[in-house]
Design a protein around this ligand. Structure first.
Ligand code: BGC
Length: 828
């Protein structure tokens, strides 16, 4: 018998409109206006709407990041609802049919491959990629017959888990047909607006070759309200305020070490992070490379000024107050204040510009202003000295700049430091066996040196700063009561607590249809609740509709993920429920814009609202852990999961993750799970690849966002990544999971593995628990057996097992104190 919070009726819940409003606000603020010659905003009018994303709009990426929603608003629907008349309606109807026919054929082709299922074939399944079929070419004749001078052309790209994108037509590049269509449109219509329905950068070099493109709008993959949000921006109901959170290169050839990305395909493959700390804009600004659109860039319909009104050093924080004024005369809008630093080169070469703080204003009417305050901890200026294992401030001048992007900055203040300060004394951790050769920055004078104008100069007093010396191997927290509970468990019960119930495991008792993980139900009679884990990060992935059979078993009606569609009935036969005869239960949740778009809002309050909304939905459906936010660094534009991640910059990644987490965990019993810890920056060979990174880059770039999120939001859990770092599997790395995470950052939650990260040929369950993993997911019998044998043979210590149990138990008990009661209440 399974019980659930799912609803017996498909009537909209009270949470749905609230969620949609938050999704729409994020989408509208996350859209980035890349080009505009004054054509936008537009009054609603008759338009020609073309491109594969116009009707079949991509709302998010594929794989575990998918969200199943009641309905998503396409570009066409959004524009129609805003009052546009679509001159190409028949063409769009026909394209919808073509898309579905191609999808059906694609599914049939994939299923044919499944006739001989093997682990390899099943493994490849997740990497299958369905691309939007081409629409009929746009012709001059057709354009002329449409009786409008305005066209909107929507370029769509889909990507997802398990496979990286490629520098090819249809992926990073435009197809020949897209280019030909754009030429016809730009020539035939007086107003041509290109909309990019993509989750990561694509090649926009067409804008140099095709005359007559009036505006380019990065719509992103904007969730269930995307069509409405796009209409809000195109019509000026919302003034664009989104800014890029990754650099858009001028062609893939510009990407540092791009040619070696994704080439580590064999088993002991090494992906060398040869750019060191020079990731994203840190590379473009330091090596004087002009990208297509820089990090932090985005246009508006109005104009703003921002001026530093005052700045002071209060303890170990610099506090800057910035006056922002809307200097336009027509549009009300928001502005993003971006603060960068130029840190002095010393023993350690620094990136030319580094983001040290940001804030978004409230909505400012023309002429009005606001003073925003930004607190910048001194460690935002620091670097990691690998030789000494120290986080340091080297002597010299630290220029503080206000910027409208990473490339357009103005120095507004300066910190000076006479002697080297050690902020933190660490131990060398996760270091590479052989040194990783990284890029050497050219020695150029800093172009933004404080110039003619007088700027405030603040001297840092080195004697006022104390070094934090980390100690390792200490127990950060004691759990006396829990320890007694754990001591009363048998070895087998302890192992059960630390191992999920498997992919298709026992879901007796309480159930969340759509959950991707479950913990044991075997200990319920001892008062230890089982809990459910669901995916993210663009919302909670649940089953919309499930069938409850006569025995109370709950089965999905719709495919849980799009990849299930290609599984042959032989495999899925038993999986689905009987929609015709069984009782149906419903769960409808919000499909938010992707994380890459949330970052483009640069609005941490919106991130918190999103988290709060997710938290309310988790509580409503009984979800305990949400497997999000994901905050891997966008190292290369081709990573297939970039849409799930925030940025190439660790500060914005860490802040966004912290605010989402705080929002989620505001609801008692609802937990966020930061993922994928760490340096999981490619999908190719993700289970075996070793990310070879020098310790400085690892700490300053790849761990920094996690550090910010852990320190600022106290997440209940974190997921260890599939890959290895410098040869050691993340889930087997005590240095990463214990020394960095718990000893240095004070993390006190549950560490769980990524799904199937352990197992034959992958990392080992006993070593994982010894290293600091608390929960093996999705778990199952074999993991249970390996741990039980490990306990007998000494491969697993009782100490490690008890520690893991205590962590899992603490969170489970705090989350579901009244589980039994609520199950009865909800099983109506
Ligand atoms: C993904 C995780 C996800 C998990 C559960 C894995 O394949 O890497 O991000 O949370 O599956 O679906």
């Amino acid at each position: 018998m399974q019980t659930t919070y799912a609803h017996a009726s498909d009537e909209p819940t009270t949470l749905e409109p609230k969620g949609r409003a938050v999704a729409r606000a994020i989408a509208a603020e996350g859209i980035v206006l890349l080009e505009n010659n004054g054509t936008l905003p537009l009054d609603p009018c008759r338009i020609a709407l073309f491109g594969t994303g116009a009707e079949m709009t991509v709302t998010g990426g594929t794989g575990s990041g998918e969200v199943n929603v009641r309905h998503s608003v396409s570009v066409r629907e959004g524009l129609e609802a805003a009052g546009f008349e679509i001159a190409t309606a028949l063409r769009l109807d026909a394209y919808r049919q073509k898309w579905h026919a191609c999808r059906t054929q694609f599914i049939a082709d994939q299923r044919a491959k499944m006739r001989k299922p093997s682990p390899r074939v099943l493994g490849e399944l997740i990497a299958m990629e369905f691309r939007h079929p081409a629409d009929d070419p746009v012709t001059t004749l057709e354009a002329e017959a449409l009786q409008t001078d305005t066209c909107v052309y929507v370029i769509a790209r889909q990507s997802g888990e398990g496979v990286d994108r490629t520098d090819e037509a249809g992926s990073f590049r435009l197809t020949e047909q897209e280019l030909a269509d754009l030429r016809v449109c730009a020539h035939s219509f007086s107003n041509t607006i290109v909309v990019l329905n993509v989750g990561a950068p694509i090649d926009l070099s067409f804008r140099h070759d095709i005359d007559g493109i009036d505006a380019i709008v990065l719509m992103g993959q904007a969730g269930m309200e995307g069509g409405h949000a796009l209409a809000d921006i195109l019509t000026g109901v919302v003034c664009p305020s989104g800014k890029l959170a990754v650099t858009w290169p001028e062609g893939y050839a510009q990407v540092p070490f791009g040619s070696s990305f994704g080439t580590a395909t064999h088993d002991n493959a090494r992906a060398t992070y040869a750019e060191g700390i020079f990731v994203g804009y840190r590379y473009y600004t330091s090596f004087d490379v002009t990208p297509a659109y820089p990090f932090g860039y985005g246009l508006s319909y109005t104009s703003f000024t921002n001026t530093l009104s005052s700045i002071e050093l209060a303890g170990t924080n610099v506090v800057a107050h910035i006056d922002v004024r809307n200097t336009g005369d027509a549009y009300t809008g928001k502005h993003v204040v971006q603060m960068y630093a130029h840190c002095p080169d010393g023993t350690l070469a620094k990136e030319t510009h580094r983001l040290i703080g940001f804030a978004k204003t409230r909505t400012l009417t023309p002429g009005s202003s606001e003073t925003v305050s930004i607190r910048i901890p001194l460690d935002a200026f620091a670097s990691y000295d690998e030789q000494q294992a120290q986080t340091v401030l080297e002597p010299g001048n630290y220029d503080i700049m206000l910027g409208s992007s990473a490339h357009e900055v103005e120095t507004v203040a300066r910190l000076t430091l006479a002697t080297r300060i050690v902020l933190e004394q660490h131990r060398n951790l996760c270091a590479s066996a052989q040194p990783v050769c990284t890029l050497v920055k050219p020695n150029r004078p800093h172009g933004e040196a404080a110039g003619q104008q007088t700027i405030p100069v603040i001297a840092i007093d080195p004697t006022s700063i104390e070094t934090v010396t980390h100690t390792y191997g200490k127990t950060s927290k004691t759990y006396e009561e829990l320890e007694q509970l754990v001591n009363a468990l048998s070895s087998s019960q302890m192992v059960s607590l630390c191992v999920g119930t498997g992919l298709l495991g026992n879901k007796d008792g309480f159930s969340v249809p759509g959950a991707v993980g479950h913990t044991t139900t075997k200990l319920r009679n001892l008062g230890i609740p089982n809990i459910e884990l669901c995916d993210g990060p663009a919302g909670i992935r649940l089953q919309r509709r499930s069938a409850v059979d006569a025995k109370g078993a709950i089965k999905p009606i719709d495919p849980p993920l799009s990849l299930y569609e290609v599984l042959p009935p032989l495999i899925t036969g038993h999986l689905y429920g009987d929609a015709e005869h069984d009782k149906i239960v419903y769960q409808f949740v919000t499909g938010f814009p992707t994380a890459s778009m949330l970052a483009q809002t640069w609005n941490t309050e919106l991130a918190r609202h999103m988290g709060e909304t997710v938290g309310s939905e988790m509580a409503a459906y009984g979800v305990t852990y949400w497997l999000a936010p994901a905050l891997n660094i966008v190292r290369n534009p081709l990573c297939g999961r970039n849409f799930e991640y925030f940025s190439e910059d660790p500060l914005i990644s860490g802040k966004m993750a912290a605010f989402v987490t705080r929002g989620v965990q505001q609801t008692p019993g609802c937990y966020a799970c930061l993922k994928h810890f760490a340096a999981n920056n490619q999908e190719t060979n993700r289970n075996f690849v070793s990310s070879e990174i020098d310790e400085r880059a690892l700490r300053e770039i790849y761990l920094r966002g996690f550090e910010i999120a852990v320190r600022e939001s106290n997440p209940a859990s974190i997921m260890s990544a599939y890959n290895r770092i410098n040869g050691v599997y993340c889930s087997e790395s005590a240095e990463l999971l214990t020394n960095v995470l718990r000893d240095e950052w004070g993390f006190s939650g549950v560490v769980m593995t990524d799904w199937l990260a352990t197992g034959r040929g992958r990392s080992n369950e006993c070593r994982a628990l010894e290293a600091g993993v608390d929960l093996i997911m999705p778990g199952g019998n074999s993991a249970h057996i390996i741990l039980a044998i490990g306990l007998l043979t000494g491969k697993l210590s009782r100490r490690a097992l008890k520690r893991a149990c205590t962590h899992v138990l603490e969170k489970a008990l705090a989350a579901r104190p009244n589980l039994a009661k609520s199950i009865t209440r909800h099983h109506e």
